[in-house]
Design a protein around this ligand. Structure first.
Ligand code: SF4
Length: 319
């Protein structure tokens, strides 16, 4: 009986976070294979990271997206900051971030992020955001202010931004690149055939062009993009996306397994096996990416600090 009550409560909370998905039919949630299982977050360092995040009034994608790696990442103090609120103006079928009409921007947020990064002592930080299609610049200036505030509070920290597509608003990526992030990341998420069902508010070629433009603006910088597998894509479609990303000059590709947040989200087509990720990684490296991270638990910001150092070393060595 208790289980039924818990499930009802879980459903109620899910519907409140994603009102646009409430009418969708339930889909069957597949049981996770053993290679997806992760340990519960219990370490002292995890608690310290949480307390610094709360103290500075910040949101993280680690919590909002229900990331399975949070125990490991927060034990190493690697929290990915999610700026511009906790409410997203899009309604992607895979994403667990709350959707709706967001509030006004917090003018103190860039400074708070900068202070938190300094307190966490991060060598490398990833800053992402909800989609803010309601803002005239899609939030580009807020990203730029945040990059500059991190540099002011923690000059030795390298900064990676994982941005939305700014709803294709003219001049937005220029504003972000003017603040010189060390890595500009924008995820394609899936293959073009699945955009209408998985990422309906976005356009595949507009996302590619965003990455291409970021590289054009700062050719010496690094660009990065990510894909989820398990939504029904084929290996050949993924290889085509790799070619498209290389044509846009993208340096770093991440590939991870899609995990279904609730039964109202897009269903998992299948779990790709660890060996299949290794195969994708080998193909991507052969296609010329400077850095590739592909594994079931890979996420855009997973091990981002170590991978950034490796990517720099690879480029310096001409690998
Ligand atoms: S992989 Fe990224 S989003 Fe997930 S817990 Fe780690 S830093 Fe956060």
């Amino acid at each position: 009986m208790a289980i039924v009550i818990d499930q009802t409560e879980k459903d109620r909370r899910a519907a409140a976070r994603h009102p646009e998905k409430a009418h969708r039919p339930d889909s069957v949630m597949l049981r996770k294979p053993e290679w997806i299982r992760v340990k519960a977050p219990v370490s002292r360092e995890y608690a310290q990271t949480k307390s610094i995040v709360r103290e500075h009034n910040l949101h993280t994608v680690c919590e909002e997206a229900g990331c399975p790696n949070i125990g490991e990442c927060w034990t190493h103090r690697h929290a990915t900051m999610m700026i511009m609120g906790d409410t997203c103006t899009r309604a992607c079928a895979f994403c667990n971030v709350k959707t709706g009409l967001p509030g006004a921007l917090d003018a103190d947020e860039p400074d708070n992020v900068g202070r938190a990064v300094a307190k966490l002592g991060l060598k490398h930080v990833v800053v992402t955001s909800v989609d803010r299609d309601d803002l005239a610049d899609g939030g580009a200036e807020h990203f730029a202010r945040t990059i500059r505030a991190i540099r002011a509070h923690s000059p030795g920290t390298t900064v990676e931004v994982l941005t939305p597509d700014f709803l294709r608003k003219p001049g937005a990526v220029e504003v972000v690149m003017d603040a010189r992030p060390d890595v500009f990341n924008h995820n394609l998420e899936t293959v073009p055939r699945l955009y209408l069902t998985v990422r309906p508010g976005a356009r595949y070629f507009a996302s590619l062009r965003l990455l291409d433009r970021a590289k054009e603006l700062v050719p010496s910088g690094f660009t990065k993009s990510g894909l989820m597998v398990g939504l029904g894509e084929s290996r050949e479609e993924i290889m085509q996306v790799m070619d498209d990303l290389r044509a846009a000059g993208v340096d770093f590709l991440t590939i991870g397994q899609y995990l279904q947040p609730t039964k109202k989200h897009a269903a998992i087509d299948r779990f790709w096996a660890p060996d299949e990720f290794k195969g994708l990684e080998a193909i991507a490296r052969a296609k010329g990416f400077v850095m590739v991270s592909a594994s079931p638990l890979t996420r855009s910001s997973y091990h981002a600090d170590a991978d950034f150092a490796q990517m720099k070393a690879n480029r310096a060595a001409g690998r």
